[in-house]
Design a binder for this molecule. Structure first.
Ligand SMILES: [Zn+2]
Length: 325
């Protein structure tokens, strides 16, 4: 009984430390932040002046999962539900996929790549209208969804290791490891954003990469865990000013080494993709002059939106998939 309770407490702790967030707060903020530096000069002035907003609101879509029923499936796609690579059975285009599987069935297994394309169209429209508030909000949001599809476990139905007795691995890979190593070891300076002639194909390629990597994420941790005791894997350590039981830093180092640069590669790819989607939307909108837009103070609507997301997140329970199911 005691052991069951201890195990349960640990699962709760692991969930609390991840909050079910993809890339964690840390990763998402870093990805949106660094993406700004890949933009051409015509865009950088506006984006740099508002870089703090883009970083701070990189996790709004995850907060929305506490308030909006439809939000959850926008963050992932269970590729294993559709068989194996090269996934010929799953149409890339939304209308073709709906015709084959129905909208409800698609929603049940995640719609991330298609949702990114919808967001891309919205961002393009915001550029056309030179609506600074919407450009910022949509840039922050799409950055989140794009980063999500770079996380291998966002392309797997075994997204938190719940099918293989590895509960907690979601946050381990995407939160714990970047927090430990991104600032000191990762090179997040990347060249320039590129125009994406086929954004849908581009994002599917990233999804396929994630699906291919998800097996390694799970198998490597499984075999490493088998050679160690629980005390070697978990420890009470400080995180964000609190002492929590979590994956020990020594164990994190072992796992990180075995992953052989995977987390850094996916983070770099996320940054490049986010910047390239922002840039592509701007080009397709006719490269509007952003120089007069300046630093944006959130208007009443933005503030209300921020407040309602915050309170749903603080007080609520995630609707749909979380790290515990
Ligand atoms: Zn997410």
């Amino acid at each position: 009984m005691q052991r069951t309770r201890t195990a349960l407490m640990f699962v709760i702790l692991l969930c609390m430390t991840t909050n079910g967030f993809t890339w964690g707060f840390f990763g998402h903020k870093h990805i949106n932040y660094h993406a700004v530096f890949l933009l051409p000069p015509e865009m950088t002035s506006f984006y740099k002046q508002n870089i703090q907003y883009l970083a701070d609101h990189a996790v709004d879509p995850d907060k929305r999962r506490y308030a909006v029923l439809e939000e959850g499936p926008r963050h992932y796609i269970d590729m294993d539900h559709y068989g194996n690579a090269p996934y010929d059975a799953l149409p890339k285009k939304w209308n073709d996929a709906v015709e084959k599987y129905s909208e409800d069935s698609l929603a049940a297994h995640g719609i991330a790549p298609w949702w990114i394309i919808i967001m891309q169209q919205r961002l393009k429209k915001a550029f056309e209208e030179k609506n600074a508030a919407n450009i910022l909000k949509l840039s922050a949001d799409i950055g989140h969804y794009i980063a999500d599809v770079h996380v291998p476990l966002h392309a797997s139905s075994n997204h938190n290791g719940q099918k293989t007795d590895q509960v907690g691995i979601h946050g381990f890979w995407e939160s714990r490891l970047p927090e430990l190593y991104a600032q000191t070891q990762y090179n997040l300076l990347i060249g320039k954003a590129q125009y994406l002639a086929r954004p849908l194909d581009y994002i599917w390629e990233r999804v396929y990469e994630s699906a291919a990597a998800s097996d390694s994420v799970l198998k490597i941790e499984k075999s490493l865990a088998a050679s160690l005791t629980s005390d070697q894997r978990f420890a009470f350590e400080e995180r964000n000013g609190r002492v929590l039981k979590q994956y020990a830093s020594s164990y994190s180092l072992m796992y990180h080494s075995k992953l052989n640069g995977m987390v850094e590669r996916r983070m770099r790819s996320s940054i490049f993709s986010v910047a390239s989607f922002w840039y592509t939307a701007w080009v397709e909108a006719g490269q509007p002059d952003l120089s007069g837009l300046g630093k944006i103070e959130p208007n009443a609507e933005m503030l209300q939106n921020i407040e309602s997301l915050q309170s749903a997140w603080l007080g609520g329970k995630i609707i749909g998939r979380s790290c515990s199911n």
